[in-house]
Design a protein. Structure first.
Length: 453
């Protein structure tokens, strides 16, 4: 895929106060680069191609005294095919990127190594927009056990959580080392969730969507007997106790899981989620941020403090955002999101991370997230009064499939079209000249209209 310059990705000043945002047209995607996260993938959206006269858009840039207040997205790696996730294993500086079709690549100082770290395309189904190899998580003991876990949809379209190990002779993972830990039936092809993450407690957290279609027709979000529409929490580093083995588990149920004594819901940590495509822990505080993709009206960011004992109910499918959903009852037990935004700003939230790196002090403690449809990236944090405030950082044309974090807490943004961008400081903000490359100027745009269920 040829690279093209995006004017919206040029450095923009960080604004301490949110400003009104105008909705923008959604850019084109090719047949080979369709959406991974759509509001609904079961019913294909009506797509009307519009080829307008494209005029380079020059954003207003307010000069700042120094680069310390100016951020930019710097292309860090390219040439990938539909990247879905980025993570690290240790402090070697190597980063690992999953591709939707089933490969994992190692990136060394911005260069993609020629041999994949893992290739399981023979068992991954990625024919639907939200299927495929969706994320990975390295063992907290990777230096010793050389193990990692992946989340993918198998040939039947069901969620599979599997463990693989490194082949020390080859220096890459052994595809024949797979050990399946969980297999979860998916009734539809969308809302698969997809995130794996080891928490500060060493437990493996698994994001599961509600099973798909639209409106959660099976009521999975509020059904504690179902593993769909939940955040699951299991101990993959400890063998199951004899009593737990009766369910043929190869992992342990943490004793402090809120429903540990109930066999059918023992893995559940929180529930009432629609499609938690991306979630993350603040590496300093241990707080949990869950970005939940919305239905017809709102995208939301949910929050769980580190001291929580689990069991929160975030309301889906009785509530969307702050409002009751289609006659649902907005119960007092539902935990309200800390932030929502409507269709004027996007249609599919991509959760990010709380910034804890050293290179961007103005973002310290801010949670960054974006939207797949609009390409916008925001920061969210509490003000001195304890109220959550958001502000726009970038308005891009990228298809934001995920964010990533390295060992030092620096952040990256993944464009589904194949590139990875590092969040950095602009060296000379006053010298910025936004422009569109010839390839960009000739690129037709598609405006997508989604059915309102």
């Amino acid at each position: 895929m040829s690279a093209w310059t995006n004017p919206a990705s040029t450095p923009l000043p960080v604004q301490p106060v949110p400003t009104p945002i105008e909705a923008t047209a959604v850019p084109a995607i090719t047949a080979a680069a369709q959406m991974v996260i759509t509001p609904e993938a079961t019913i294909a959206p009506t797509v009307t191609p519009v080829i307008p006269t494209v005029t380079p858009i020059v954003p207003t840039i307010t000069p700042t005294p120094s680069a310390q207040n100016t951020l930019t997205l710097t292309k860090w790696a390219d040439g990938l095919t539909r990247p879905t996730y980025l993570t690290y294993a240790d402090n070697t500086g190597l980063l690992y990127v999953t591709e939707q079709a089933g490969k994992i690549w190692v990136i060394d100082k911005g260069q993609v190594r020629p041999t994949p770290f893992l290739d399981i395309t023979d068992r991954v189904r990625s024919t639907a927009n939200e299927q495929g190899l969706l994320s990975m998580a390295f063992s907290p003991n990777y230096a010793r056990d050389r193990a990692f876990w992946v989340n993918y949809t198998d040939s039947n379209g069901d969620t599979t959580i599997s463990k693989f190990v490194l082949d020390p002779k080859q220096g890459v993972a052994d595809p024949n080392s797979e050990q399946v830990f969980l297999s979860i039936k998916q009734p539809y092809s969308n809302h698969n969730g997809g995130q794996l993450k080891f928490g500060p407690d060493g437990m493996l957290y698994i994001g599961m969507g509600d099973g798909g279609s639209q409106g959660d027709p099976n009521g999975n979000g509020q059904n504690l007997q179902a593993q769909l529409g939940k955040l699951l929490r299991i101990d993959v580093l400890k063998p199951p106790a004899p009593a737990q083995n009766q369910a043929k588990r190869v992992y342990s149920i943490p004793e402090n899981n809120p429903f540990a004594s109930q066999n059918d819901s023992a893995e559940v940590w929180v529930y009432g989620l629609r499609n938690p495509w991306r979630f993350s822990f603040d590496r300093k505080t241990g707080d949990l941020y869950i970005a939940d993709v919305g239905q017809s009206a709102y995208e939301e960011i949910n929050f769980q403090p580190a001291k929580s004992k689990g069991g929160e109910n975030y309301g889906w499918n009785k509530r969307e955002g702050f409002e009751a959903y289609r006659g649902g009852d907005d119960r007092a037990e539902f935990v309200k999101p800390i932030h929502v935004y409507g269709r004027g700003d996007g249609c599919s939230v991509t959760g990010g991370y709380v910034y804890r790196g050293a290179k961007l002090p103005m973002l310290q403690g801010a949670y960054l997230f974006g939207d797949y449809c609009s390409g916008k990236i925001w920061q969210l944090q509490r003000d001195q009064a304890g109220n959550w405030q958001s502000s726009l950082l970038f308005d891009t044309e990228y298809r934001i499939s995920s964010f990533g974090e390295d060992a030092n807490g620096e952040l990256y943004m993944l464009d589904l079209n194949g590139a990875i961008y590092a969040l950095t400081l602009a060296a000379q903000p006053s010298a910025i000249t936004p422009s569109l490359s010839q390839a960009s100027a000739q690129r037709p745009r598609l405006i997508e209209f989604y059915a309102d269920w």
